[in-house]
Design a protein around this ligand. Sequence first.
Ligand SMILES: [Zn+2]
Length: 446
Amino acid sequence: MTLKLFNTLSKKKEKFVPVDEKNIRMYVCGPTLYNNPHIGNFRPIVIFDILFRLLRDIYKIENVTYVRNITDIDDKIINTSKNLGISSEELVSKFKKTFSDDLISLNILNPSKEPSATEYIDQMILMISDLISKDFAYEASDHVLFESKKFNDYGKLSKLSPKDIISGARVEVADYKKNPEDFVLWKPSKEGEPYWESPWGKGRPGWHMECSAMSYEILGSNFDIHGGGVDLIFPHHENEIAQSSCFHGEQTAQVWMHNGFVNFSGEKMSKSLGNIKTVNELLNSYSGDVIKYSLLTAHYRQPLEFSDNLLTSSLSILEKWADFQNWDLDSAVGYDNEFMEYLFDDLNTPGCLMRLQQIFNLIKKDPQNKELKGYFVNGLNLFGLNPTITKKELKIDVKYIENMISQRSLAKEAKNFNEADKIRDELQKQGIILEDSPKVTTWKQT
Ligand SMILES: [Zn+2]
């Protein structure tokens, strides 16, 4: 069976040919920890975890290196920590804790390495100096900028021409830039902001430079797979390709993979709409298995419509599947062929889940069939799904809580603070703690 993956570079599904079969290397852009990661941030984490498990299965565990970074310095982190009056380290460590709890709940394997950007500042400075010496980058007003037009292939990933890039206003305009499409490699830090000493003064790296330096340092100049969300194609990955290729002269990654957006109840999740669902919040009402199963119900390149209905229907399937814990099975049978065909076909996880359901139905008709049971459980294991946990489901009435929260917001708007406090206390008695931020109120279980 041949693994096929869709490559954003060629816009085609391609046969996966490793650079070196004994050294498979994959890099995935991890979260920027300035808040609790939402369900959309977890989609690449879940999908590339499954690809990691599959690659380990095909090429052996010891031959696969998977790097997923943590962005621990960037504008969003700095602005949020300023607003909260804490240091950026404090902010990042707070969300790192929740993030790692969420990963455990969703049974995500630890990547081989999980570097933080701030551990690689020296390497970033070296790369930037090299790009200046090769005349791909220039210094202007304490910034260092990459001159995009000097890289002939600029736009090859996003298929955007320089004209598209400028006219689409997808670039930041600044008077110190030679050309509007040039992007920042290094920027000066303002008073009170975190900084590192550099040949260009006190400052910090641009976000794109972080991933270029970490992937090069850990995986080298030509590795197999680079992944992330579709929103990273431009500018993040386009700029990574430009600066990395000009630095080391190679292609960087062979296959560039991107997952689609997650919408919540028909709308794109956004801060302004107040409909962001963090995984941590969802874990109050659903097990990690249910969340993971829900994320796998659409092909990773398609948008995913996330909703309470999707979670509920995933829960009811997993509750039935949890039967397997009482089975006498033959796990030495390996994998079901049809299940693997779906997975090898650009990670068609909805096909895999459908096939697991078919196998489950066959087992119901033929309960003595240990072979089928082995196929079923091996399939679940390959996805890191363990429906036994589902049975320990916490039964919380989310609708009731959300209704109480909106009543409380109305009371607050009407300046009826007694009523608002009464609602908060009532929820607290039931083990629900409310947390107010300027725009939304979230809740968690004690
Ligand atoms: Zn990145």
